[in-house]
Design a protein around this ligand. Structure first.
Ligand code: CA
Length: 226
């Protein structure tokens, strides 16, 4: 699984990072609530392990905010408090389950499997930007009604952009979404694939949909460049 750990205590972070990696999981760590929220907004995770007492934004607020933004990634909350009202508050704020510190690592693993299993399978709906349509269910893409044939990499890039129309998708986020966390991809490899994608999507059409945001990333949107 690809896991996000939002936790500020160094010992706990190292314990989780090491233990979960040994179990074969990919682990990304954030040290405060706002960094955690930022990662959740930009990357896909299978489960978020979220501490309650965090700098900047506490775990309840993070959980509340991601549900408000309709992000359905399961949340397993870590809490040092075992008073019932706090747990209820945690679950109400959008957590799927909680674990009280200190906990046995085996229990954490079991809870992770359980929240992942219970997570709703997202029902992909067609994504549309202008006359460009992408169907995640069939991986078919068309513009102005004409089918466009994309390679797997081109498709993955386009899908990533189309999930956030009108928003800049950072270069790092695109690279990780398409090639994964573990592979080091040269920056110009990304540019080369975007060039190929542009040829297929934009060359014979107006308006141009794929926009470069210099030094930051790429964005897809239908309005003309301002
Ligand atoms: Ca903490």
């Amino acid at each position: 699984m690809k896991l996000l750990v939002v936790e500020d205590e160094t010992r706990m972070v190292e314990l989780l990072r090491k233990g979960l990696a040994e179990e074969g999981h990919t682990v990304v760590c954030a040290r405060d609530g706002s960094e955690g929220l930022d990662l959740v907004r930009n990357y896909e995770f299978d489960v978020i392990i979220l501490d309650v007492m965090l700098p900047k934004l506490n775990g309840y607020d993070v959980a509340h905010q991601i549900r408000k933004e309709k992000i359905s990634t399961p949340v397993l909350m870590l809490t040092a408090k075992d008073a019932i009202p706090d747990l209820v508050y945690g679950l109400d704020s959008g957590a799927d389950d909680y674990l009280t510190k200190p906990f046995a690592f085996e229990e954490l693993l079991a809870r992770l499997r359980a929240v992942k299993r219970r997570a709703p399978v997202p029902q992909p709906t067609k994504l549309q930007v202008g006359d460009l349509v992408l169907d995640p269910a069939t991986r078919e893409v068309s513009r102005g009604g004409a089918d466009i044939l994309l390679t797997r990499t081109e498709y993955n890039l386009l899908e990533r952009l189309m999930y956030r129309p009108g928003k800049v998708v950072p270069r790092r986020s695109l690279i990780e979404a398409v090639w994964g966390f573990d592979r080091e991809i040269e920056e110009n490899t990304l540019d080369a694939f975007v060039r190929l994608l542009r040829t297929k999507i934009d060359t014979d059409h107006q308006p141009k949909l794929i926009h470069t945001v210099r030094g930051v990333g790429y964005m897809i949107r239908a309005e003309a460049r301002s």
